[in-house]
Design a protein around this ligand. Sequence first.
Ligand code: ADP
Ligand code: GN1
Ligand code: MG
Length: 371
Amino acid sequence: MPDVSKVLLEEVMGAFDFGAPVVGAVRYGCGHINDTFCVHTQPEDDYCDCFILQRMSSAAFKHPEQLMSNIIGVTEYLAKKIEAAGGDRSREAMEVIRPRSGADYYTDSEGGAWRVFPFVKDIYCYQSAETPELFEASARAFGKFQRMLDGYPAETLFETIPHFHDTEDRLLKLKNAIAEDKMGRAASVQAEIAFAMAREADCSVALQAMRDGILPLRVTHNDTKLNNVLIDKKTGEGMCVIDLDTTMPGLAINDFGDSIRFGANHSAEDEKDLSKVNFDIELFECYTRGFLEGAAGTLTKAELEYLPWGAKLMTLECGMRFLTDYLEGDTYFRTHYADQNLDRCRTQFKLVSDMEAQFEDMAKVVAKFAK
Ligand code: ADP
Ligand code: GN1
Ligand code: MG
């Protein structure tokens, strides 16, 4: 994605009505995909306000119109449920602010697709699980998200990224990237390649269970990182699930698993010192308790049994995706230094090894809460 110039940003901000004069915009957050800005406004006789302005990644999303249709459908559905339960829609669900044209999003003069959301205030957004309580609160929020969307008409949702959690296809894409080796990097990552190839059979476990009718397709979030849930400053509870770009039919075990991948350890996703990267079964236990409490009986017996697989497969898959992007020249995930995608791949594979060593214990933890 080309960088966003000041002129372009001015053009885009002019396309939206923020309800008050705009005083500035700064890059915001730690997402790997979209270009996110916080826009500040100054109403005449009130406190300043802010909004989230995002350019959707054209590398990730080929059809912004489908993506926005999904988000509007899902957020409006959630809003009705939240209001019916006496909740505060403006804090508990995202809300799309349309451009002046009335369209779902704004297309800029360079072809980029932009959208605006109100900035949810008095929240924290964490990059790592600083306390077990926080991690459990995020789990309740993602579990509840799953439950609230249980009755959503899945057939109306577009597949915003085809084959997103198709682990078999992710392996295939890795194989293609190795064969092409367009950056000449494959020789230097033989150990990582071998790690992935040795787990070829694993890549089919959840997909086969789905094909066999054991695991049902549901409306899932598909990107349940800790920094995709906003935590209420006052209560410490999960306030609002954000980053709904990949909300589409998927497997519940993947929503569970992606959170474990990112949060059930005490290191950054790109930690270079692998001795610091350790899967923490106690955090796994906290997350399991919270997720099942939030999902409140939505999951089937088979889904519960496959939860440890969800954790291992999301971690393996994400490691393979980082490795693929590294081999292809870092075009998908935003990177801040050379080899960052390789560092990210290595942390994921270290976590996979840890999970393999503790797989039975993970199953025991799930069994404890699944009763
Ligand atoms: P990406 O797909 O790049 O991860 P996100 O939609 O997750 O983009 O946004 C990036 C970050 O911006 C989030 O992790 C969060 O810190 C912040 N953010 C996004 N939406 C909101 C919002 N409505 N209110 C407050 N912060 C937000
Ligand atoms: C991306 O958008 P963000 O930063 O929340 C990615 C996820 C990966 C994650 C790895 C649409 O998440 O699938 O698991 O990076 N999102 C997309 O940190 O590809
Ligand atoms: Mg995000």
